[in-house]
Write a protein that binds this ligand. Structure first.
Ligand SMILES: NC(=O)c1ccc[n+]([C@@H]2O[C@H](COP(=O)([O-])OP(=O)(O)OC[C@H]3O[C@@H](n4cnc5c(N)ncnc54)[C@H](O)[C@@H]3O)[C@@H](O)[C@H]2O)c1
Ligand SMILES: [Zn+2]
Ligand SMILES: [Zn+2]
Length: 362
């Protein structure tokens, strides 16, 4: 028997989102229905709403979520009803060429639920990142459910499902920050501040936070930034260099999604340093116009980071445990708890820079 629940839907490019009745099918083979307890508002949801990801409207938004597995379909063995899970958008296949090389964190054939959730009139919904969790319940592939310690608060644990994991992983996994490294993080929203938290965990000695907004920079200090640069009043590259002995940082992390900021990261990096691109560009953006001799001559690496190169089954439980031990302040990302009908307003608060994460609690 399918169920009808509430869900936050983006019906068209730039249109305000609305709470609609949506239809959730029973889980088929390999699928699970999850009762959502909490779901954070990520900038990527806004990108979907603005048509910046693709045109497959209507979208069922929300993808940073934790909840309880309600039911599972045939053949599901990894999770069971009652499990407390964080939803992930990297359900690894185990058989693609990357998985077979022992690199499931880059799985090239991740999967989602096969069946569609729909509007009441049968219109199929495109769930954001294959999740769609601004809803009382959602249908996902069972592999998208990662069990974690149920002692964690859903509002906090759910954030690992996207932005916070992407940021921590951008520093620790893609950027491979080591003890004593210098790190610069450009853009200190939820993702950038998570990158700062990741750099702290990895033992970075200097962490320079760059943003246009002093409020964001104050939060960045709270997460462990040792220095801040306000790029609206100061040259970002010079600012980073001035805090890293004049050389630039070993690892520069772009957490905005802006070619100009990518260019700043490129030049704010020390020789043989690494640039990590974790901010999501729009399809129209072009790479910065950088002389090839600079690319060659500076050495190092330019690395895009999808989901912080995380492996949910390995990283979510570990990070939840570090949080419960008081070693990772995930709770600081939760700026406010909101109701399901307040997502549109939360987008505006995000645009105005008033929040790190608004979290819908159901
Ligand atoms: N790669 C991934 O897997 C992944 C996962 C989640 C989110 N993201 C992306 O990461 C980016 C950041 O997400 P968020 O949720 O933290 O967004 P956010 O809006 O909360 O934060 C963006 C921050 O960048 C700052 N900023 C804007 N322009 C800037 C500039 N020119 N220089 C310096 N700072 C600037 C803003 O003031 C803000 O603090 C988005 O593009 C989002 O889509 C990527
Ligand atoms: Zn795979
Ligand atoms: Zn996200």
């Amino acid at each position: 028997m399918s169920q009808q629940v509430r869900g936050v839907v983006a019906k068209g490019k730039g249109l305000p989102v609305s709470v609609e009745t949506i239809v959730i099918p029973d889980p088929g083979p390999g699928e699970a229905v999850v009762k959502v307890q909490a779901c954070g508002v990520c900038h990527t949801d806004l990108h979907y709403r603005e048509g910046g990801i693709n045109d497959e409207f209507p979208f069922l938004l929300g993808h940073e979520a934790a909840g309880i597995v309600e039911s599972v379909g045939a053949g599901v063995t990894g999770v069971a009803p009652g499990d407390f899970v964080v939803l992930n958008w990297r359900a690894v296949c185990g058989t693609c060429r990357s998985c077979r090389k022992g690199k499931p964190q880059f799985c090239f054939a991740t999967f989602n639920a096969t069946q569609k959730m729909t509007l009441l009139d049968g219109t199929p919904l495109s769930p954001a990142l294959g999740i769609g969790a601004f809803a009382d319940k959602t249908l996902v592939a069972a592999g998208q459910c990662t069990p974690v310690n149920p002692a964690a608060s859903p509002a906090v644990a759910g954030l690992l499902g996207c932005g916070v994991m992407a940021g921590i992983g951008a520093a620790m996994l893609t950027g491979n920050v080591q003890r004593g490294d210098t790190v610069a993080v450009f853009g200190c929203g939820g993702v950038g501040n998570a990158a700062i938290a990741g750099a702290v965990l990895a033992g970075a000695s200097t962490i320079v936070a760059v943003d246009l907004d002093d409020r964001k920079l104050a939060w960045a200090k709270d997460f462990g930034a040792t220095h801040t640069v306000n790029a609206s009043t100061q040259d970002a590259v010079e600012g980073v260099r001035s805090h890293t002995g004049g050389f630039g940082a070993d690892v520069c992390i772009e957490a905005v999604g802006n070619p100009k900021v990518l260019e700043q990261c490129f030049f704010a990096r020390d020789l043989a340093g690494t640039v990590v691109q974790v901010g999501v560009p729009t399809p129209q953006m072009r790479m910065p116009d950088i002389a090839m001799i600079d690319f060659f001559g500076r050495g190092g690496a330019l690395k895009p980071s999808w989901y912080g190169d995380c492996l949910p089954s390995r990283d979510f439980p570990m990070l939840v445990d570090l949080h419960l031990q008081g070693r990772l302040p995930l709770d600081k990302f939760v700026s406010e708890i909101i109701a399901l009908d307040a997502v549109e307003e939360a987008f505006h608060k995000m645009e105005r820079g008033e929040v790190l994460r608004s979290v819908v609690v159901l």
